[in-house]
Design a protein around this ligand. Structure first.
Ligand SMILES: [Zn+2]
Length: 385
Protein backbone atom coordinates (compact mmCIF):
# COMPACT_ATOMS: atom_id res chain seq x y z
CA UNK A 1 0.00 0.00 0.00
CA UNK A 2 2.82 2.35 0.94
CA UNK A 3 4.44 1.71 -2.45
CA UNK A 4 1.17 2.35 -4.23
CA UNK A 5 0.67 5.66 -2.39
CA UNK A 6 4.24 6.64 -3.16
CA UNK A 7 3.71 5.88 -6.86
CA UNK A 8 0.54 7.97 -6.93
CA UNK A 9 2.34 10.85 -5.21
CA UNK A 10 5.23 10.71 -7.67
CA UNK A 11 2.80 10.59 -10.60
CA UNK A 12 0.93 13.62 -9.22
CA UNK A 13 4.20 15.46 -8.71
CA UNK A 14 5.15 14.81 -12.33
CA UNK A 15 1.73 16.04 -13.49
CA UNK A 16 2.08 19.22 -11.40
CA UNK A 17 5.55 19.88 -12.84
CA UNK A 18 4.31 19.20 -16.36
CA UNK A 19 1.48 21.70 -15.85
CA UNK A 20 3.94 24.31 -14.53
CA UNK A 21 6.19 23.75 -17.58
CA UNK A 22 3.25 24.08 -19.97
CA UNK A 23 1.27 26.91 -18.39
CA UNK A 24 3.84 29.00 -16.47
CA UNK A 25 3.55 31.37 -14.75
CA UNK A 26 0.75 29.65 -12.87
CA UNK A 27 -0.61 29.87 -9.31
CA UNK A 28 -1.19 26.98 -6.91
CA UNK A 29 -4.96 27.62 -7.01
CA UNK A 30 -5.08 27.42 -10.82
CA UNK A 31 -2.97 24.25 -10.74
CA UNK A 32 -5.41 22.63 -8.29
CA UNK A 33 -8.38 23.70 -10.38
CA UNK A 34 -6.85 22.58 -13.72
CA UNK A 35 -5.60 19.22 -12.44
CA UNK A 36 -8.58 18.35 -10.20
CA UNK A 37 -6.33 17.99 -7.13
CA UNK A 38 -6.95 19.51 -3.69
CA UNK A 39 -5.18 22.77 -2.84
CA UNK A 40 -3.42 21.01 0.07
CA UNK A 41 -2.05 18.27 -2.23
CA UNK A 42 -0.84 20.83 -4.79
CA UNK A 43 0.77 23.00 -2.08
CA UNK A 44 2.69 20.11 -0.58
CA UNK A 45 3.89 18.82 -3.99
CA UNK A 46 4.89 22.34 -5.04
CA UNK A 47 6.91 22.80 -1.83
CA UNK A 48 8.84 19.63 -2.66
CA UNK A 49 9.37 20.74 -6.28
CA UNK A 50 10.69 24.11 -5.06
CA UNK A 51 13.04 22.46 -2.51
CA UNK A 52 14.33 20.13 -5.22
CA UNK A 53 14.81 23.17 -7.51
CA UNK A 54 12.55 22.00 -10.36
CA UNK A 55 10.59 25.23 -10.08
CA UNK A 56 10.61 28.54 -8.25
CA UNK A 57 8.27 31.18 -6.99
CA UNK A 58 8.05 34.42 -8.89
CA UNK A 59 6.06 37.70 -8.64
CA UNK A 60 2.42 38.18 -7.79
CA UNK A 61 -0.24 37.25 -10.35
CA UNK A 62 -3.68 38.78 -10.95
CA UNK A 63 -6.18 38.55 -8.12
CA UNK A 64 -9.47 36.79 -8.73
CA UNK A 65 -11.05 38.52 -5.73
CA UNK A 66 -8.79 37.86 -2.75
CA UNK A 67 -5.06 38.25 -2.21
CA UNK A 68 -2.86 38.31 -5.32
CA UNK A 69 -1.40 34.78 -5.69
CA UNK A 70 2.30 33.93 -5.91
CA UNK A 71 3.15 32.51 -9.33
CA UNK A 72 5.27 29.44 -10.11
CA UNK A 73 7.80 28.97 -12.90
CA UNK A 74 9.75 26.02 -14.23
CA UNK A 75 13.46 26.26 -13.38
CA UNK A 76 14.85 25.94 -16.91
CA UNK A 77 18.40 26.38 -15.58
CA UNK A 78 18.17 23.37 -13.24
CA UNK A 79 20.24 21.37 -15.71
CA UNK A 80 21.59 21.33 -19.25
CA UNK A 81 21.46 19.01 -22.28
CA UNK A 82 24.25 18.74 -24.83
CA UNK A 83 23.31 17.82 -28.41
CA UNK A 84 25.58 16.91 -31.24
CA UNK A 85 24.44 16.80 -34.86
CA UNK A 86 27.08 14.87 -36.82
CA UNK A 87 26.62 15.52 -40.54
CA UNK A 88 28.69 14.16 -43.41
CA UNK A 89 30.62 17.43 -43.73
CA UNK A 90 30.02 19.25 -40.42
CA UNK A 91 29.60 18.82 -36.66
CA UNK A 92 27.19 21.08 -34.78
CA UNK A 93 27.22 20.87 -30.99
CA UNK A 94 24.93 22.84 -28.70
CA UNK A 95 24.09 23.20 -25.04
CA UNK A 96 20.43 23.80 -24.18
CA UNK A 97 18.57 24.66 -21.00
CA UNK A 98 15.66 22.49 -19.85
CA UNK A 99 13.23 24.46 -22.03
CA UNK A 100 15.27 23.41 -25.05
CA UNK A 101 16.64 26.91 -25.64
CA UNK A 102 20.13 26.79 -27.17
CA UNK A 103 22.45 28.84 -24.96
CA UNK A 104 25.85 27.84 -26.35
CA UNK A 105 26.87 26.43 -29.73
CA UNK A 106 29.89 25.35 -31.76
CA UNK A 107 29.71 24.72 -35.52
CA UNK A 108 32.59 23.33 -37.55
CA UNK A 109 32.91 22.11 -41.12
CA UNK A 110 34.48 18.70 -40.63
CA UNK A 111 34.94 15.63 -42.79
CA UNK A 112 33.38 13.05 -40.47
CA UNK A 113 34.34 10.07 -42.62
CA UNK A 114 37.19 9.21 -40.20
CA UNK A 115 35.37 7.85 -37.14
CA UNK A 116 38.28 8.13 -34.66
CA UNK A 117 39.02 11.76 -35.56
CA UNK A 118 35.31 12.56 -35.42
CA UNK A 119 35.00 11.11 -31.90
CA UNK A 120 38.00 13.19 -30.75
CA UNK A 121 36.54 16.36 -32.25
CA UNK A 122 33.13 15.70 -30.72
CA UNK A 123 34.67 15.06 -27.29
CA UNK A 124 36.55 18.34 -27.45
CA UNK A 125 33.31 20.19 -28.38
CA UNK A 126 31.40 18.52 -25.53
CA UNK A 127 34.16 19.44 -23.06
CA UNK A 128 34.00 23.06 -24.23
CA UNK A 129 30.23 23.03 -23.59
CA UNK A 130 30.76 21.56 -20.11
CA UNK A 131 33.37 24.24 -19.33
CA UNK A 132 30.80 26.87 -20.26
CA UNK A 133 28.02 25.36 -18.12
CA UNK A 134 26.90 27.48 -15.19
CA UNK A 135 26.44 25.75 -11.80
CA UNK A 136 23.03 24.04 -11.45
CA UNK A 137 21.36 21.41 -9.26
CA UNK A 138 21.33 18.66 -11.90
CA UNK A 139 24.25 19.71 -14.14
CA UNK A 140 24.58 17.75 -17.38
CA UNK A 141 21.34 15.76 -17.77
CA UNK A 142 22.14 14.01 -21.06
CA UNK A 143 24.03 14.01 -24.34
CA UNK A 144 22.22 13.32 -27.61
CA UNK A 145 23.82 12.41 -30.94
CA UNK A 146 22.16 12.74 -34.32
CA UNK A 147 23.81 10.67 -37.06
CA UNK A 148 23.15 10.21 -40.78
CA UNK A 149 22.48 6.48 -40.80
CA UNK A 150 20.38 3.56 -39.64
CA UNK A 151 19.97 3.65 -35.86
CA UNK A 152 18.08 0.91 -34.02
CA UNK A 153 15.48 1.71 -31.38
CA UNK A 154 18.20 0.97 -28.80
CA UNK A 155 20.54 3.59 -30.21
CA UNK A 156 22.87 1.23 -32.04
CA UNK A 157 24.18 2.55 -35.37
CA UNK A 158 23.76 -0.27 -37.89
CA UNK A 159 25.04 1.48 -40.98
CA UNK A 160 26.02 4.89 -42.29
CA UNK A 161 25.72 4.71 -46.11
CA UNK A 162 27.46 8.06 -46.66
CA UNK A 163 30.29 7.49 -44.16
CA UNK A 164 32.93 4.76 -43.93
CA UNK A 165 32.26 4.04 -40.27
CA UNK A 166 32.92 0.39 -39.49
CA UNK A 167 33.11 0.55 -35.72
CA UNK A 168 30.61 3.13 -34.54
CA UNK A 169 29.18 2.40 -31.11
CA UNK A 170 28.86 6.02 -30.02
CA UNK A 171 26.67 5.03 -27.09
CA UNK A 172 29.33 2.79 -25.57
CA UNK A 173 32.23 5.16 -26.27
CA UNK A 174 30.55 8.19 -24.73
CA UNK A 175 28.94 6.28 -21.82
CA UNK A 176 32.47 5.28 -20.80
CA UNK A 177 33.56 8.89 -20.94
CA UNK A 178 30.64 10.87 -19.47
CA UNK A 179 28.50 9.97 -16.48
CA UNK A 180 25.16 10.89 -18.01
CA UNK A 181 22.43 9.47 -20.29
CA UNK A 182 23.55 9.00 -23.88
CA UNK A 183 20.96 9.03 -26.66
CA UNK A 184 21.77 8.18 -30.29
CA UNK A 185 19.20 8.97 -32.99
CA UNK A 186 18.92 9.15 -36.73
CA UNK A 187 19.40 12.85 -37.55
CA UNK A 188 16.16 13.14 -39.56
CA UNK A 189 14.11 11.63 -36.74
CA UNK A 190 15.77 14.07 -34.35
CA UNK A 191 15.02 16.91 -36.80
CA UNK A 192 11.35 15.93 -37.01
CA UNK A 193 11.13 15.84 -33.21
CA UNK A 194 12.80 19.27 -33.01
CA UNK A 195 10.27 20.70 -35.48
CA UNK A 196 7.40 19.12 -33.55
CA UNK A 197 8.57 20.32 -30.13
CA UNK A 198 9.96 23.78 -30.86
CA UNK A 199 9.88 24.53 -34.59
CA UNK A 200 7.91 24.92 -37.81
CA UNK A 201 5.57 21.96 -37.13
CA UNK A 202 4.71 22.78 -33.51
CA UNK A 203 0.98 22.73 -34.19
CA UNK A 204 0.94 19.97 -36.81
CA UNK A 205 -0.31 16.49 -35.98
CA UNK A 206 0.84 14.91 -39.25
CA UNK A 207 3.90 16.15 -41.07
CA UNK A 208 7.08 14.95 -42.74
CA UNK A 209 10.44 16.54 -42.04
CA UNK A 210 12.88 16.23 -44.94
CA UNK A 211 16.53 16.48 -44.06
CA UNK A 212 18.12 17.60 -47.34
CA UNK A 213 21.86 17.57 -46.71
CA UNK A 214 24.60 15.44 -48.24
CA UNK A 215 22.03 12.61 -48.17
CA UNK A 216 18.25 12.80 -47.84
CA UNK A 217 16.35 11.41 -44.87
CA UNK A 218 12.85 11.89 -43.51
CA UNK A 219 11.33 12.00 -40.05
CA UNK A 220 7.65 11.10 -40.16
CA UNK A 221 5.13 12.29 -37.58
CA UNK A 222 1.61 10.90 -38.04
CA UNK A 223 -1.29 11.64 -35.71
CA UNK A 224 1.11 13.32 -33.28
CA UNK A 225 3.57 10.40 -33.07
CA UNK A 226 7.06 9.98 -34.47
CA UNK A 227 6.85 6.82 -36.57
CA UNK A 228 9.82 4.51 -36.13
CA UNK A 229 8.75 1.31 -37.92
CA UNK A 230 9.60 -2.31 -37.11
CA UNK A 231 13.32 -1.70 -36.56
CA UNK A 232 13.44 2.07 -36.15
CA UNK A 233 14.42 2.79 -39.74
CA UNK A 234 11.35 4.62 -41.08
CA UNK A 235 12.24 7.47 -43.40
CA UNK A 236 15.17 6.18 -45.47
CA UNK A 237 13.57 8.00 -48.38
CA UNK A 238 16.91 9.03 -49.89
CA UNK A 239 17.26 5.44 -51.09
CA UNK A 240 13.92 5.13 -52.82
CA UNK A 241 14.40 4.69 -56.57
CA UNK A 242 13.63 7.78 -58.55
CA UNK A 243 15.38 6.94 -61.86
CA UNK A 244 15.17 3.31 -62.95
CA UNK A 245 18.70 2.12 -63.80
CA UNK A 246 20.09 5.52 -62.83
CA UNK A 247 23.30 6.57 -61.04
CA UNK A 248 24.91 4.08 -58.68
CA UNK A 249 24.39 5.02 -55.03
CA UNK A 250 26.74 4.21 -52.12
CA UNK A 251 23.98 1.96 -50.74
CA UNK A 252 24.52 -0.36 -53.74
CA UNK A 253 21.28 0.47 -55.49
CA UNK A 254 20.81 2.51 -58.68
CA UNK A 255 18.86 5.71 -59.20
CA UNK A 256 18.30 6.62 -55.52
CA UNK A 257 16.58 9.95 -54.81
CA UNK A 258 19.61 11.39 -53.01
CA UNK A 259 21.78 10.84 -56.10
CA UNK A 260 19.64 13.52 -57.82
CA UNK A 261 18.32 15.88 -55.16
CA UNK A 262 20.85 16.24 -52.32
CA UNK A 263 23.75 18.54 -51.51
CA UNK A 264 26.01 15.66 -52.60
CA UNK A 265 24.23 15.49 -56.00
CA UNK A 266 24.71 19.21 -56.42
CA UNK A 267 28.40 19.19 -55.47
CA UNK A 268 29.05 16.24 -57.80
CA UNK A 269 27.81 18.32 -60.74
CA UNK A 270 30.75 20.69 -60.19
CA UNK A 271 33.54 18.17 -59.86
CA UNK A 272 35.44 19.07 -63.04
CA UNK A 273 38.01 21.02 -60.99
CA UNK A 274 37.81 18.84 -57.86
CA UNK A 275 34.53 18.43 -56.00
CA UNK A 276 33.64 21.51 -53.95
CA UNK A 277 33.07 20.76 -50.25
CA UNK A 278 30.20 23.12 -49.49
CA UNK A 279 27.32 24.70 -51.35
CA UNK A 280 27.71 28.21 -49.89
CA UNK A 281 30.12 29.54 -52.60
CA UNK A 282 27.95 27.96 -55.33
CA UNK A 283 24.86 29.77 -54.04
CA UNK A 284 26.80 33.01 -54.41
CA UNK A 285 27.97 32.07 -57.92
CA UNK A 286 24.40 31.28 -58.98
CA UNK A 287 23.57 34.99 -58.74
CA UNK A 288 25.62 35.71 -61.85
CA UNK A 289 26.20 32.32 -63.48
CA UNK A 290 23.26 30.95 -65.46
CA UNK A 291 24.71 27.41 -65.61
CA UNK A 292 25.12 27.20 -61.84
CA UNK A 293 21.62 28.51 -61.40
CA UNK A 294 20.25 25.83 -63.75
CA UNK A 295 22.01 23.10 -61.73
CA UNK A 296 20.28 24.27 -58.55
CA UNK A 297 16.95 24.35 -60.37
CA UNK A 298 17.44 20.75 -61.48
CA UNK A 299 18.03 19.75 -57.85
CA UNK A 300 14.77 21.54 -56.99
CA UNK A 301 12.97 19.63 -59.75
CA UNK A 302 14.14 16.25 -58.40
CA UNK A 303 13.39 17.28 -54.84
CA UNK A 304 9.85 18.07 -56.00
CA UNK A 305 9.46 14.64 -57.63
CA UNK A 306 10.52 12.87 -54.44
CA UNK A 307 8.28 15.08 -52.32
CA UNK A 308 5.36 14.11 -54.56
CA UNK A 309 5.94 10.45 -53.61
CA UNK A 310 6.07 11.41 -49.94
CA UNK A 311 2.86 13.44 -50.08
CA UNK A 312 1.06 10.55 -51.83
CA UNK A 313 2.36 8.08 -49.24
CA UNK A 314 1.72 9.95 -45.97
CA UNK A 315 -0.91 12.63 -46.69
CA UNK A 316 0.88 15.13 -44.41
CA UNK A 317 -0.58 18.55 -43.59
CA UNK A 318 2.93 19.94 -43.86
CA UNK A 319 6.26 19.02 -45.40
CA UNK A 320 9.10 20.81 -43.65
CA UNK A 321 12.25 21.00 -45.77
CA UNK A 322 15.31 21.27 -43.53
CA UNK A 323 19.08 20.88 -43.38
CA UNK A 324 21.75 22.47 -45.54
CA UNK A 325 19.92 22.74 -48.89
CA UNK A 326 17.54 25.23 -47.25
CA UNK A 327 20.26 27.83 -47.86
CA UNK A 328 19.43 27.50 -51.56
CA UNK A 329 15.71 28.06 -50.99
CA UNK A 330 15.52 31.01 -53.42
CA UNK A 331 17.07 28.88 -56.16
CA UNK A 332 15.05 25.68 -55.72
CA UNK A 333 11.66 26.65 -54.29
CA UNK A 334 9.86 27.43 -57.55
CA UNK A 335 10.98 24.16 -59.18
CA UNK A 336 9.93 22.15 -56.12
CA UNK A 337 6.47 23.72 -56.03
CA UNK A 338 6.02 23.27 -59.78
CA UNK A 339 7.02 19.60 -59.76
CA UNK A 340 4.76 18.87 -56.78
CA UNK A 341 1.79 20.81 -58.16
CA UNK A 342 2.03 19.12 -61.56
CA UNK A 343 2.24 15.59 -60.16
CA UNK A 344 0.25 15.41 -56.95
CA UNK A 345 -3.43 14.43 -56.86
CA UNK A 346 -5.40 17.66 -56.37
CA UNK A 347 -7.16 16.41 -53.23
CA UNK A 348 -3.80 15.73 -51.58
CA UNK A 349 -1.98 18.89 -52.61
CA UNK A 350 -4.89 21.02 -51.40
CA UNK A 351 -4.16 19.87 -47.85
CA UNK A 352 -0.37 20.03 -47.95
CA UNK A 353 1.84 23.01 -47.26
CA UNK A 354 5.55 22.92 -48.12
CA UNK A 355 7.65 25.06 -45.80
CA UNK A 356 11.37 25.68 -45.40
CA UNK A 357 12.87 25.87 -41.95
CA UNK A 358 14.98 29.03 -42.12
CA UNK A 359 16.70 28.03 -38.85
CA UNK A 360 17.49 24.68 -40.41
CA UNK A 361 20.67 24.02 -38.41
CA UNK A 362 18.74 23.84 -35.13
CA UNK A 363 16.11 21.17 -35.93
CA UNK A 364 18.22 18.12 -35.09
CA UNK A 365 19.95 19.52 -32.01
CA UNK A 366 16.65 20.78 -30.60
CA UNK A 367 15.06 17.38 -31.19
CA UNK A 368 17.99 15.71 -29.43
CA UNK A 369 17.64 18.16 -26.52
CA UNK A 370 13.90 17.38 -26.29
CA UNK A 371 14.67 13.63 -26.19
CA UNK A 372 17.28 14.15 -23.44
CA UNK A 373 14.99 16.40 -21.35
CA UNK A 374 12.06 13.97 -21.58
CA UNK A 375 14.29 11.05 -20.74
CA UNK A 376 15.69 12.92 -17.72
CA UNK A 377 12.24 13.84 -16.36
CA UNK A 378 10.92 10.31 -16.92
CA UNK A 379 13.88 8.95 -14.99
CA UNK A 380 13.43 11.43 -12.14
CA UNK A 381 9.73 10.67 -11.72
CA UNK A 382 9.53 7.14 -13.19
CA UNK A 383 6.46 8.48 -14.90
CA UNK A 384 5.85 11.52 -17.03
CA UNK A 385 2.65 11.99 -18.89
ZN1 LIG B 1 20.89 4.58 -52.17
Amino acid sequence: MANYQQAVKLANKAIVLDAIRTHEPISRATLAQTLGLTKATVSSLVEELITEEYCYQTGLGKSSGGRRPLMLQFNERAGFAISCDIGVNYIFTTMSDLRGMVIFEIHRFFDTNDFTRTVMEVKSMIDTCINNMSPSPFGLIGIGFGVPGLVTKDGIILSTPNLDWHQSNLKEIFSDHYDTSIIVENEANAGAYGEKTYGAAKNSESFVYISAGMGIGAGVVLDGKLIRGASGFTGEVGHTTIVDGGLKCRCGNYGCWEMYASEMALLSSFKQNGTPREIEPLIERAETDEKVRATFEKIGYYLGIGLTNIIHTFNPEKVVVGNRLVQAKELIETEIQQAVTERTLPALIAETEIVFNENYQYASVQGLAAFSIEHFLEKQFHYFG
